[in-house]
Structure formats: structure tokens, C-alpha cells
Design a protein around this ligand. Structure first.
Ligand code: HEC
Length: 381
């Protein structure tokens, strides 16, 4: 009976089977193309049928194992607006498309192509700044941090609601941080690290750049065996209206640790007190290659503790900001506590030297422990 039915089915089933243009492309646009297009961080574009078809099996296994899209937060804690993870319906469509022969279908079913501004993933920037000259990165050796000062030329205060830092040669940029040096002090503006997403906040929130400020680019290049050239730049999108809230970057860090040789699970803690009533809007963990896991907690003045973000398997190659879907209220005096764990054992495949005593340092074979977090506070006029 069943066989007979099945034999009758193919036509009907064919009509219901997912096709590339109708069912798959919209998912790729939403969840994949930001990285999988020419000039971006992923190795192959996933824009057209001929580009995607050879990867069909790999796509199925990458999404089923949740390797793609990359995301590292423990789903038990916090909801994040830049979480690109697939829902189960989308995952079902991708897998049944692959299982049913990865058919193309009709191009007339395709959605409008997603528009990406030339080279930027944020809205087209109102202004861009680049390193004063192309930087020659040697093929080998240790490269000290390089600092470049780039005047903004701003004659009035500027509120910035999106920031994207883009290397022109990602293969040699370990990270790039851009600070604002203003007449009244220094502030973190934005940065690039592998897997980073651009800085952007909710409507009404922005970072402030004072008139007369300079941008300081802190560049960390790593040699990759071939001489290379990079000229990192930053694009800024100005707030269209005066914001209600100023976004300020803070960090909890601990530079005093010493990780013993061979230690497989070495704990380091850091804490930072929030100086005024604020909203927590984003978090980012930074460690180097011995980093194993990272956790952020808020400890409120009334003694309550809340886990904000857990990264159970830290991956040095992916250091995104985690933007909170709903900001967390931090009354003045709240503490942001961070716990990092490091693996200095030979079992850590990325460990360059398990016999080393490891301290804080700028280079990849040294370590860092920084919990970055962005708070939003009411704009004071
Ligand atoms: C944030 C950027 C980013 C997003 C979003 C992203 N990818 Fe990737 N993808 C990468 C990078 C980088 C690599 C290569 C390095 C790696 O394998 O980790 C990759 C590799 C892959 C591979 C090869 C995997 C392998 O095992 O060799 C597949 C297949 C893939 N991606 C599919 C997808 C699909 C499908 C989506 C969306 C559902 C997606 N990716 C979303 C960045 C991304």
C-alpha cells in the first residue's frame, strides 16, 4: 500500500520540495551572505546557485552541527540581537533542500538581491578615515603594535550610531582598535577582530566624538609567511537625530595573572564597578590562544547575581560583540564580574608552548583577559 502511494507521489512532492531561488536564497541572504560574499571573511561566496550548489552537502553538515552561522553564546543566558543562528524551520528547509537533490527551481521565485554597500556591512558611512599610508607587513617575525594618529577635522561634536573598522587585508590583521583622543581624554570607539561584527546600537543611542578629536588606530599585525600590505579604515554613520543616550565603552580586566605551565583549567577573575545608573547594551570577551571559556555576571547593589553571557568554548578566531536584545539595567554601584579560564596544557591544539609560564602581554603567545562592555547613560546637556 505504502509503496503504491509513494509511487504516485513524486509530482506532488516535487511541487512541495524546496528550491534554491524560492526557499534557500532568502535564508542565505538573512544568515550567511554578510560573510559569504566577495571580499568578506568567509572563503567562498554564497550568492548564486552555481556558487552554492557545490557546497550543498557541506552546508547541511555545517548548519546541523551549528558550526555555521558562527555563534558561541550559551543559549541559556541572555538574548542577543546579532545572534544569526538558524531557527529550526530554516534549518529544516536547508536540510530538506539538500536531501531532495538541491534543486535550482525558477529564478523568477528569487527574492530581490540583498543590497550591500560597496565594501561596508553597515549603512553607507557618512565619513571614512584610513591609515595615513599603506602598511607593509613583513613575511615573518614579531611585529610590535603600531599606532597611527588620524585627525578627524571635526569642527563640531559628532554623534556616531554605527562604526565599522575594516582591514583591507584580513589575513595579517590580528586586531585593529580605534580610539578617540579628544581634548578631554581618550575613549574606545570601535574595533576589528576576527569574526567581529560592526558596532551599532539601538535608535537613540550613539557614541560621542568631540570636535577637534583625533582617531588613534592601534594596529596589531601578525606575519603570515608572505609579505603583505594593509590599509585599515573606519567608516562612521552619524546619528540622524540627537541621541537620548551616550554609549560608553568600559572594561573589566586583570593583568596580574600567571598561568603555570601545563595548567588545563586556570581561572582568572576581573571586576569593574559601574559608576552611575546605566543600561548595559553589549559585551565582548578578549583572550588569546589559551583562552578556554569566559563568563560575564552582573552583581547588583542588592546582592543579586545574574549571568549575562557565557562563552563555554571560547574561540580565538571569533571575538564578536554580543548586543543585548533588551538592555540590562545596572544601578550605580553594580559590579560587572568576569571569569576567564585558560588552557595551557598540551591538549590545547592552539597552545604554542605548554611549558611556558604565561603572563599578560600584547603578543598572541602571551595572554590577555579583558571583558569589554558598553553601557548607555542619559545624555547630559
Ligand atoms: C560571521 C560570518 C559568517 C556567517 C554569518 C556565516 N559564515 Fe560560513 N564561514 C565563515 C568563515 C570565516 C568560514 C571559514 C572558516 C571556518 O570554517 O570556520 C566559513 C565556512 C563555511 C563553510 C565551510 C565549512 C567547512 O566545514 O569547511 C560552510 C559550508 C559555510 N560556512 C556555510 C555557511 C552558511 C550556510 C551560513 C548561513 C546559514 C554561514 N556559513 C554563515 C563565516 C561565516
Amino acid at each position: 500500500m505504502r509503496t503504491v502511494l509513494l509511487a504516485l507521489l513524486p509530482l506532488a512532492a516535487l511541487a512541495g520540495e524546496p528550491t534554491f531561488h524560492k526557499d534557500v536564497l532568502p535564508i542565505l541572504q538573512r544568515h550567511c551572505q554578510e560573510c559569504h560574499r566577495a571580499g568578506e571573511v568567509a572563503p567562498m561566496p554564497l550568492m548564486t546557485y552555481p556558487q552554492v550548489r557545490p557546497w550543498a552537502k557541506a552546508i547541511k553538515s555545517a548548519v546541523l552541527s551549528r558550526k555555521m552561522p558562527p555563534w558561541f553564546a550559551d543559549a541559556h543566558y541572555g538574548k542577543f540581537s546579532n545572534d544569526q543562528s538558524l531557527g529550526s524551520a530554516e534549518m529544516g528547509i536547508l536540510t530538506s533542500w539538500v536531501d531532495s537533490g538541491a534543486r535550482e527551481g525558477s529564478p523568477s521565485d528569487a527574492p530581490q538581491p540583498r543590497n550591500f554597500a560597496d565594501g561596508w556591512s553597515i549603512a553607507p558611512p557618512d565619513v571614512t578615515f584610513e591609515l595615513p599610508h599603506p602598511v607593509q607587513v613583513p613575511a615573518a617575525g614579531t611585529i610590535d603594535y603600531l599606532f597611527y594618529r588620524v585627525p578627524t577635522g571635526f569642527t563640531q561634536d559628532r554623534w556616531v550610531e554605527m562604526i565599522e573598522v575594516r582591514p583591507t587585508n584580513r589575513s595579517v590583521v590580528h586586531h585593529a582598535l580605534v580610539y578617540v583622543q579628544s581634548p578631554d581624554g581618550g575613549q574606545y570607539l570601535g574595533g576589528y577582530a576576527p569574526g567581529a561584527v560592526p558596532q551599532q546600537w539601538k535608535p537613540g543611542q550613539a557614541r560621542l566624538i568631540r570636535a577637534g578629536s583625533d582617531l588613534i588606530f592601534q594596529m596589531h599585525y601578525t606575519a603570515n609567511g608572505k609579505p603583505a600590505v594593509d590599509r585599515t579604515r573606519v567608516g562612521l554613520v552619524f546619528a540622524k537625530r540627537p541621541p537620548n543616550e551616550q554609549v560608553i565603552a568600559m572594561q573589566a580586566l586583570n593583568p596580574w595573572f600567571q598561568i603555570p605551565p601545563g595548567a588545563a583549567d586556570f581561572r582568572v577573575d576581573a571586576v569593574r564597578v559601574v559608576p552611575e545608573d546605566a543600561q548595559l547594551v553589549g559585551l565582548r570577551a578578549h583572550m588569546h590562544v589559551r583562552g578556554k571559556s569566559f563568563e560575564f555576571r552582573a552583581v547588583y547593589p542588592d546582592g543579586r547575581t545574574q549571568t549575562l553571557l557565557r562563552i563555554p568554548k571560547y574561540d580565538f578566531n571569533w571575538q564578536p560583540y554580543y548586543y543585548l536584545e533588551t538592555p540590562v539595567k545596572l544601578p550605580k554601584g553594580s559590579r560587572i564580574e568576569c571569569t576567564a579560564r585558560f588552557d595551557n596544557s598540551p591538549n590545547n591544539a592552539f597552545n604554542p608552548d605548554p611549558t611556558a609560564l604565561v603572563r599578560w602581554g600584547e603578543q598572541s603567545w602571551e595572554e590577555m583577559m579583558i571583558g569589554w562592555f558598553d553601557i548607555a547613560v542619559p545624555v547630559k546637556n
